[in-house]
Design a binder for this molecule. Sequence first.
Ligand code: AMP
Length: 119
Amino acid sequence: MPYDDNNIFARILRGEIPAKKVYEDECVLAFHDIGAKAPVHVLVIPKGKFVSIADFGANASEPEIVGFYRAVSKVAHDLGLVENGFRTIANTGVNGGQEVPHFHVHLLGGKPMGAMVQD
Ligand code: AMP
């Protein structure tokens, strides 16, 4: 699937749509999910144009990959999620239920997150 420059996260990265930012550096932006499903629900996205985790792992540069996962860890620490634990989700494609076709990791925490997937 080709990258869609008009997806909502691309528009957030261009500053066309506001976001409640929690962290930003040269490779990554993290912001609160607008439809929070937990007391803490943050999305971490790379600034590069990657459709999914599959695209990112296959095609991103090593600095982009390292920068991304370091940032996921930093945000989890900075938001106080590490001590009691949290969940990371990267929905991918149709079966994964991915709504926004720009790679993102959800960080969910602040309460026990329950079963991994619904039956
Ligand atoms: P996914 O199903 O993994 O693609 O999740 C997309 C997520 O993006 C959902 O949890 C939405 O609530 C969230 N979302 C959509 N639009 C925005 C927005 N403008 N700002 C923040 N989060 C958003």
